[in-house]
Design a protein around this ligand. Structure first.
Ligand code: FAD
Ligand code: DLZ
Length: 529
């Protein structure tokens, strides 16, 4: 009788995983802590602690359900420290005749597994049905389309799932309530505190292992507060639904100098590692709307992020890889500024976004896109350096979602596949959406001079430098019109200011990895294949 070794990866911690749902009695389920997965980018210490603790708890949950489980711990003497070799070692040890795995979250592993489909103990790869769509569904949708716009993909998903639909029409009479969702935070608004999770002995043990081996990575485990069990993840979901969802839409784009989470859900971590399903999260939000406990702009805005963006970027990733990772259409070549690793900069918005990242392994979407992302775009940071950083520093970072957001949405390096125009902004935007500028040594009101916010001259410098690629874009017409109207002396002064800033930045930069963590590299992946 056929006997499978079922490999469950660190971001597949769901009892509903198709391989587990259909597991025969004799199956051996393997979870493997391997150094390769902790090393290929220098992950934040929270991220490593999260994976180790959640994997250990999931192994326990599987045993309680009656599965035969092999758990390779990081310190096991026989550990081969790579996913493929470890699964094959265990398949031999347990006399399994094949290995089953669900599509992983990264192309590099998928590719490595595919290559072993004809091995002596062959790998069988199974589609991940925990998402609303499969890569094949996305490919079908994308077929023959000139542009792959989120909005059309999202509407189709609404119709297909029936989420927020009433008699075939969108609930509330519109597909999109974005125009209601752009308020900055006012002074009297106090966002709720996230629940504090209790750390049991298993969690404490896992965090101690993370500390022992990776204590020199970004962050400290003293501030660790991610859910590592389904029960904790459900508590986070309940808390978000009850306390934050009603204001999620309104303050979706706001940025605060003091509050890292605002009304965001913090649920990406639990969804990405498998502790929550996107279906149950969207259903819980929809229910609040139906009961009149959350307004349509909040619920629609939230569901669009998951049913729309999350599925859309995953479809893009799987249909465009491995070539996608090599894209660099704006020809960026700058090193990652060194301060991305420690927040040591006098630009307040960047300093606070990076400090919050160090403290929490979290920054909300607008900080990622319009603060650290916008600055990297305006400076022309090379995609591989920026992508490695985003993949390393956020607890929710998995390549299938990180790469399209960084390379496509932030850097416009895919030529506009992901976004119809670059998300570039000057200091004026930061001033409008946040309270950072009040605490900054620069002013957003000046473009040149010693007090001028660097984002201002960098913004115009970016537009002038990439005129060849961007001017023809109809969505950039207005902004190039404004540039055209500027006097030559003003343009010259701005160029000089931006170039002086970039020269100074260059002298302070380190390439793509923290200077204090030695020996890391981005592993053999789509970029080098
Ligand atoms: P909320 O603001 O509460 O949003 C709800 C959910 O919607 C999120 O949990 C997430 O699942 C989904 N979502 C929202 N925006 C996006 C988006 N643009 N793409 C895909 N899903 C989205 N998200 C990740 O999950 N992992 C990443 O590695 C990641 N890297 C990013 C890198 C950059 C440069 C940018 C600009 C965005 C990135 N995002 C990533 C998307 C988004 O910023 C995070 O999902 C969000 O900040 C997570 O916090 P939250 O759970 O509080 O989200
Ligand atoms: C991120 C991560 C870390 C730090 N450690 C492990 C691990 O020891 N074992 C494992 O199975 N997964 C780990 N992960 C998550 C993997 O990197 C992730 O499963 C792949 O990148 C595919 O998405």
């Amino acid at each position: 009788m056929s006997k499978p070794l079922i490999l469950v990866l660190g971001d597949q911690l769901s009892l509903s995983l198709p391989t587990l749902r259909h597991a025969p009695e004799n199956a051996v389920v393997a979870l493997c802590e391997v150094a390769d997965e902790a090393h290929y980018v220098p992950h934040h210490i929270h991220k490593i602690g999260l994976f180790l603790a959640a994997m250990r708890h999931f192994a326990q949950a599987l045993r309680e359900k009656g599965f035969t489980v092999h758990y390779t711990a990081l310190d096991d003497p026989d550990n081969t420290h790579a996913i493929i070799s470890e699964a094959e070692r265990l398949a031999t040890a347990y006399d399994c005749d094949h290995i089953e795995a669900v599509r992983p979250g990264e192309w590099r592993l998928w590719h490595a597994m595919k290559k072993r489909e004809t091995a002596e103990r062959p790998w069988r790869l199974i589609e991940d049905d925990r998402f609303f769509t499969t890569p094949e569904d996305f490919a079908q949708w994308a077929k023959g389309r000139k542009q792959l716009r989120l909005e059309y993909f999202y509407r189709e998903q609404r119709r297909h799932t029936g989420l927020l639909m009433k008699d075939g029409e969108p609930a509330g009479g519109q597909w999109n309530f974005d125009h209601d969702n752009r308020e900055p935070l006012s002074e009297n608004v106090e966002p709720p505190r996230p629940p504090q999770h209790r750390q049991d002995a298993l969690t404490r043990e896992a965090l101690a292992v993370a500390q022992q081996h990776f204590g020199h990575h970004m962050g400290t485990l003293e501030t660790f507060n991610w859910p590592v069990t389904r029960r904790q993840a459900l508590a986070d979901l309940r808390h978000f639904i009850d306390h934050s969802l009603p204001d999620f839409g309104r303050y979706q784009d706001a940025i605060s100098d003091t509050d890292p989470f605002l009304f965001h859900s913090r649920l990406a971590v639990a969804m990405n590692i498998g502790l929550l399903s996107p279906r149950e999260v969207c259903a819980a939000a929809e229910k609040q709307y139906e009961k009149g406990r959350a307004p349509i702009n909040a619920v629609e805005g939230f569901i669009r992020q998951i049913l729309g963006w999350r599925e859309y970027v995953r479809g893009l990733y799987w249909t465009q890889m491995p070539g996608y990772k090599r894209e660099n259409r704006l020809g960026f070549s700058r090193d990652l500024p060194a301060f991305y690793w420690d927040g040591n900069t006098d630009m307040r918005c960047l300093q606070r976004a990076i400090e919050m990242t160090i403290d929490n392994s979290y920054a909300h979407h607008i900080q990622r896109l319009m603060v650290t992302g916008n600055f990297a775009l305006l400076c022309g940071v090379k995609p591989e350096a920026l992508c490695d950083w985003y993949l390393a520093v956020y607890a929710d970072a998995c390549e299938w979602v990180e790469l399209p957001n960084t390379l496509g949405m932030v850097l416009h390096a895919d030529g506009g596949l992901m976004g119809s125009k670059p998300y570039c902004a000057s200091g004026k935007y930061i001033d409008k959406m946040s309270d950072h500028c009040q605490h900054c040594r620069y002013t957003p009101k000046q473009v040149t001079g010693p007090k001028a916010c660097p984002l201002n001259s960098l913004y115009w410098h970016f537009l002038a430098t990439h005129e060849g690629e961007l001017r023809a874009n109809p969505r950039m017409k207005l902004i190039y019109g404004a540039l055209d109207k500027m006097k030559e002396e003003k343009r010259d002064a701005m160029r000089q200011q931006a170039e002086a800033f970039l020269t100074q930045l260059e002298t302070e930069s380190s390439y793509g990895k923290p200077f204090h963590v030695k020996g890391y590299y981005s592993s053999d992946d789509g970029r080098n294949d």
